[in-house]
Design a binder for this molecule. Structure first.
Ligand code: ADP
Length: 389
């Protein structure tokens, strides 16, 4: 049977996975898919490396542990899983690189749950279920924060008392696996400019921007938690911290209500007055609240680009990635319109075709679309840690 590495990205309402065959030390994507957990059933979808549907099954169960067993049974039918790699959102001060899972690591990940309440509990749940049901399969955890460890202490500091800074209340940055992948292909995709000052925009349901110099993270729009920075699907992004005591002192919000507000009810969903957190739906809506939510998303992204260019001391190229970044010409155009004073100019034809290079020849900087591949990054790290020959 063929040997394979399974990558897992476990969220609250879905488990995304990919299966990479491993032969002669090379990785080869067999298929990928998701288990979407609905109210009273779940749906397992699998597509092959060419995006062709292999399987779509409804499962009359929503229990996480049961679904993992279904998933592993399905995968094990055709391959031998020799290692599992997980995306874990927050590595705090503990994790500068991917590590193999053991009890101590599990406890450390557990202690970081309050820093990423939307994601971390589900990441951990997946690790625990596999450790319990399949104790012989080694597991590797890859953190979204690790890539940003290269940032200077200045880029990481909040202006808070030293005691809190020493306790780890600093900026960490997220989407590190996505930026690590983008960095790894910048040179092959963009040539020499890829080694210079690049601002990469990961625009998905969660969204952030990263300043990259010679492949290393210099600064990020995300901070202590994955709330900071850009307007996101349901997260608020940058907020005057004074809003929190106002909500709690004057409006009677409890801590959990504030957390819910900032993570689940804000962002595109909140500003559009609950029309949608999905950019596609907002882009076809004529409602003024939806239109303003889209405009705010783009304005704030452009403002962050300006700020990150200071961290880099310039900017040679912009790279768009993730769901919105890879597929929405209109959002890319709106963001770049704010940067006309830099001499940035898109070529509409190339932009509408989602080409690799979408800037016009007369543009002062290269603007590019590069699809991200967090799963491949996880699989590479997992192979490096678990498959030493
Ligand atoms: P995540 O992995 O964080 O859930 P994705 O990277 O898949 O997110 O991005 C999801 C976002 O991408 C959603 O807001 C969705 O509306 C948006 N999106 C996907 N395709 C398009 C498109 N063609 N035009 C605009 N937005 C799109």
């Amino acid at each position: 049977m063929k040997k394979a590495i399974l990558t897992i990205n476990a969220g609250s309402s879905s488990i995304k996975f990919s299966l990479f065959g491993i032969e002669d030390n090379n990785l080869d994507l067999f298929y990928s898919g998701s288990v979407d957990i609905k109210k009273d059933h779940s749906v397992l979808k699998v597509i092959d490396a060419n995006n062709e549907k292999i399987k779509e099954d409804t499962i009359s169960n929503t229990d996480y542990s049961f679904l993992f067993q279904q998933l592993i049974t399905f995968v094990n039918d055709t391959t031998e899983i020799i290692a599992v790699g997980h995306r874990v959102v927050h590595g705090g001060l503990y994790f500068k690189e991917p590590v193999l899972v053991d009890e101590v690591i599990i406890d450390q990940i557990q202690s970081l749950i309050t820093l990423a309440p939307l994601h971390q509990p589900h990441n951990l749940n997946a690790i625990r279920i596999i450790a319990e049901k399949y104790p012989l399969i080694p597991q590797c955890v890859c953190f979204d924060t690790s890539y940003h460890m290269s940032q200077s202490s200045l880029a990481k500091l909040f202006a808070l008392p030293r005691k809190l800074i020493n306790d780890g209340v600093i900026r960490y940055g997220f989407h590190g696996l996505s930026y690590e992948y983008i960095s790894s292909v910048l040179n092959s995709q963009l040539g020499e400019v890829g080694n210079q000052k690049v601002i990469a925009l990961h625009l998905g349901s969660g969204a952030s921007i990263c300043a990259i110099n010679h492949g290393k993270s210099v600064a990020s729009s995300m901070g202590f938690t994955a709330l900071d920075g850009l307007v996101m699907g349901t997260r608020c992004g940058t907020l005057d911290p004074g809003v929190i005591p106002y909500l709690m002192g004057e409006k009677g919000y409890s801590i959990s209500e504030v957390v819910h507000l900032l993570y689940h009810d804000s962002g595109l969903l909140g500003v559009s007055n609950n029309i949608s957190n999905d950019m596609r739906q907002l882009l076809v809506s004529n409602d003024p609240n939806a239109i303003e939510a889209v405009e705010l998303f783009c304005y704030r992204a452009a403002c962050e680009i300006g700020q990150l260019s200071i961290s880099l001391g310039g900017c040679d190229a912009l790279v768009f990635t993730a769901g919105i970044g890879e597929r929405s010409p209109i959002i890319r155009q709106k963001i770049c319109d704010y940067l006309q004073f830099w001499g940035i100019k898109l070529n509409s034809e190339k932009n509408n075709a989602n080409n690799k290079i979408i800037s016009d020849e007369s543009s002062s900087k290269i603007v590019s679309v590069i699809p991200t591949n967090e799963e491949l990054m996880i699989a590479l790290h997992t192979k490096a840690l678990c498959c030493k020959n």
